[in-house]
Each structure stands twice: as C-alpha cells, then as structure tokens.
Design a protein around this ligand. Structure first.
Ligand SMILES: [Zn+2]
Length: 137
C-alpha cells in the first residue's frame, strides 16, 4: 500500500510494488507525475492518488554510452548502450525512464510515437536491490 504522503519517496515506494502512481487534483482535474502534494496549476492541496495504466508513447529519447554507476553495474556502457526516453502516458503526463526492447545500436530505427508499456526492472542484490521503472516496446 502507498501511504498518504504525496512525495517522490512514495512514488519510488510504489514503483517497488510495480505500480506507477501519480496524483490527480480534485479541484481542477489536472494529473501529476511524479505525484505532488499541491496542484501546480490551481494551487489546491486537495489531491488524490491515481494509478496509471502504464501505456504510453515515446516522445523523445537519447542513447547513453557513458553510463552512471548503477547502469554500469547492470552491464551497460560503451559496448552495450541503453536508451533513456521520455514517455507520454495515455493519461497525459510524461515520465523519463529506460526504454527496453528497442535497438540502442540503431537509433535511426527508433520511431517517435512508438507505443510502450511500463515494466519494472529489479537491479542489485539483497539490501541494495531496487526496482526501476522502465518501458518496453
Ligand atoms: Zn488543480
């Protein structure tokens, strides 16, 4: 279960439970991802959790060869690049995440607008094990 604190911490906790959660403003209907305790559009504090269906489309991407430490540990880097993208969800908001199932070595083959589905990747062992949000082509 997700607690009632509308923070990034709660967002990552939900990802750990394989859920993509944001907030919806009860005053104006605006949907936010990551979740926000106060609506940036109308400044109302009357927000509720909303779970996204996990479907979206690719709106931008970049191929990463110089990987951060966590991604090097996962086997990515100069010889095995990966794709980081911006995904616009069917519900409206956009989120950045790793994109799986597309060929990072052939970026010219990757189409903007490609349909994607949220997936959750476990990395690390024991105490260091963490769940990451990704999207699959
Ligand atoms: Zn609002």
């Amino acid at each position: 279960m997700v607690d009632n604190i509308f923070t990034g911490t709660a967002f990552y906790k939900a990802v750990g439970e394989h859920k993509l959660m944001g907030t919806r403003c009860k005053a104006c209907g605006e949907i936010h991802l990551p979740p926000r305790p106060i609506c940036p559009k109308c400044l109302s504090g009357d927000v509720a959790w909303v779970e996204f269906g996990g479907k979206g489309k690719l709106t931008a991407f970049t191929v990463i060869y110089i990987a951060p430490t966590a991604m090097i540990a996962a086997g990515y880097g100069r010889n095995n690049p990966y794709i980081a993208g911006i995904v616009q969800l069917e519900e409206g908001p956009s989120v950045s995440a790793q994109i799986l199932g597309l060929d990072a070595t052939k970026p010219e083959s990757i189409a903007i607008g490609a349909p994607l589905t949220a997936s959750f990747v476990e990395r690390g062992e024991g105490e260091a094990k963490k769940t990451f949000l990704a999207f699959n082509a």
